[in-house]
Every structure is written in structure tokens, then in C-alpha cells.
Design a protein around this ligand. Structure first.
Ligand SMILES: C[S@@+](CC[C@H](N)C(=O)[O-])C[C@H]1O[C@@H](n2cnc3c(N)ncnc32)[C@H](O)[C@@H]1O
Length: 278
């Protein structure tokens, strides 16, 4: 399979041409069924249509064959992340349980952020949900991550800078690498002045994709994003030494993604790790 490319077109057509079990990690960030044309004020020409004739039923009919193809494309150790919000996540969870089997459901990740409006009639909606499924639970690749701050009062540091707390039994040491990353992720949304920003609507922060790619793939693995938009997943995959495959139906998005990839640093050590399948 040809990798390190971004394809313009309907992702279902592309996926139909790909062989079984060719992707180690797939991240899907489809339109959220917001029933509008999604655009930023600063670049109205960067936009995509998120209206579906037939409402939610039509939206789900659009997603189903695509998610099913993604399952076919995953390697036996592969995983799929599906990024959604309050509008459809519960329906898509049921659909994915049907496609993957509920036993292969691994996590409901809450991406929490603070930016955006504050409506007066309900709690401000400040999270997206990312569903994580394994092709085969138990065979899937997962690297636990650390780096969160400890929510412990009275944290002290010894002479070597190692964090600990004093207890009646003596010092209780914490890992110097930080607390484990859990299924609630506090990662800021891209601000309007962020240097990462390319003005593509719903562009995701690189920090979010870094976490996903580091936890669920190894160097040299194939990371695919069939709703790649401005190419955030692909840029991070390239930087972290993964092979990548992207697709978008919007030519402006594909141009942007290719442009970003041209400027993205390349990890030159992309040897496969011992014992890793191709
Ligand atoms: C939520 S955006 C992705 C944003 C991306 N994660 C980023 O960081 O820029 C969803 C993308 O899916 C694309 N899309 C929608 N339907 C598609 C289809 N059938 N085939 C390929 N791309 C599609 C849209 O053009 C849009 O760019």
C-alpha cells in the first residue's frame, strides 16, 4: 500500500481500494452532524458541509459503511479512535458496539477545554468525546502514558527532585514522570492566535493527536485519518516517525494538509522496532 500521501476524494472510495489489515491506528474526526456549513469567520473559503438530508438517520447511514471499512483496514493489533460530540456520540457508540463487539470497546475519552461561548440556559458544553475501540481486545497495542500533574496537596520534592508525600509510614514516592494519563484530557483548544492554527474549521490541536499516536502506535506504524481536514494527524504522525495516510473530500483541506506536511519536521529514525509486524 502506498503511504505518506493525502488523497482527495470520498474516503469510502479510497478505503474500498485498500487491502485488509493495513492500518495500525485510525483516527476519525468526521463532521459532527451540526446541521450547518462549518466555516471560520477569518477564512470563509475553508469550509465543509455538515448538513445531511434526512437528519440524524442519514448521518448515521453515512458513517456506518465508513466505520465498517475502518474496522476491516485495522491490523489485528490496531485501534480506532472516533471523535464526536454530544450530538451523536451515544448513537455512534451503539453502532460501534454492533460493528466491533462491545467487548472491544476500550475507552470513552473526554477531551475537556474551556474556550467558546457560555450559554445562559444550560451548562456550557466544554468537552468532546472520543470513542476508542480495539480490533481485538487483548491483542491491541497500548503504551501507558504519564505526564499529568499530581492532584495531591502537600507534595514535596527530595534532593534529587523526586516528588513524595510524607505519611505516617514515611515517604510515599510518586513517579517523577508525572501521574498516569487517564481518560479525561485537559488540552486547550487552539486559540485564535496559536502559531499552530491554519484557520481550517474544527482544526484539532497537535497535542491531542500526539497523545493518541504515542499511546496507540509505534515508530514505522501506519496511522490513517480518512477525515483528515487540515492534516493535523498526518503532521504529528510524520513528526513522530510513523507512516501516514490521509484523505479528505475537500480540495482546500487537502492542499492545506499537503502544505503543512511539506513544512513538518520528519523523524529520520523510522526503523521498525524489533518484533513489530509490517
Ligand atoms: C471535523 S473535520 C476534520 C478536521 C481535522 N481533524 C483537522 O484537524 O483539521 C472533518 C473533515 O471531513 C471531511 N469529510 C466529510 N465527509 C467526507 C468524505 N465522505 N470523505 C472524505 N472527507 C470527508 C470534511 O471535508 C472535513 O474536512
Amino acid at each position: 500500500m502506498q503511504v505518506n500521501r493525502v488523497v482527495l476524494g470520498d474516503n469510502l472510495d479510497l478505503m474500498h481500494t485498500l487491502p485488509n489489515e493495513c492500518c495500525h491506528l485510525i483516527y476519525a474526526d468526521p463532521p459532527f452532524n451540526s446541521n450547518r456549513k462549518v466555516a471560520n469567520r477569518s477564512r470563509p473559503d475553508f469550509c465543509f458541509d455538515d448538513r445531511h438530508d434526512g437528519g440524524s438517520a442519514a448521518y448515521l447511514q453515512f458513517l456506518r459503511p465508513r466505520l465498517s471499512e475502518m474496522k476491516r483496514l485495522l491490523t489485528p493489533t490496531g485501534v480506532l479512535y472516533v471523535h464526536l460530540d454530544w450530538r451523536t456520540v451515544h448513537y455512534v457508540k451503539v453502532m460501534l458496539d454492533g460493528l466491533f463487539g462491545p467487548e472491544n470497546f476500550l475507552n470513552e475519552i473526554i477531551w475537556h477545554y474551556r474556550s467558546g461561548g457560555r450559554p445562559g440556559r444550560w451548562f456550557p458544553r466544554k468537552h468532546d468525546t472520543i470513542l476508542l475501540y480495539a480490533k481485538h481486545v487483548g491483542r491491541h497495542f497500548y503504551k501507558p502514558l504519564r505526564g499529568e500533574s499530581y492532584r495531591t496537596r502537600d507534595l514535596l520534592y527530595d534532593e534529587e527532585g523526586r516528588p513524595y508525600k510524607t505519611t505516617r509510614k514515611g515517604r510515599l514516592y510518586f513517579s517523577a514522570e508525572g501521574a498516569p494519563v487517564t481518560d479525561v484530557w485537559d488540552i486547550p483548544f487552539l486559540s485564535t492566535v496559536s502559531s499552530e492554527r491554519v484557520a481550517y474549521p474544527t482544526q484539532k490541536p497537535e497535542a491531542l493527536l500526539e497523545r493518541i499516536i504515542e499511546a496507540s502506535s509505534r515508530k514505522g506504524d501506519v496511522v490513517a485519518d480518512f477525515f483528515c481536514g487540515s492534516g493535523t494527524t498526518l503532521v504529528v504522525a510524520k513528526r513522530l516517525g510513523r507512516r501516514y495516510l490521509g484523505c479528505d473530500g475537500n480540495s482546500k483541506a487537502v492542499d492545506l494538509a499537503r502544505q503543512r506536511l511539506k513544512c513538518a519536521p520528519c523523524h529520520d529514525d523510522i526503523e521498525r522496532e524489533p518484533g513489530q509486524s509490517t
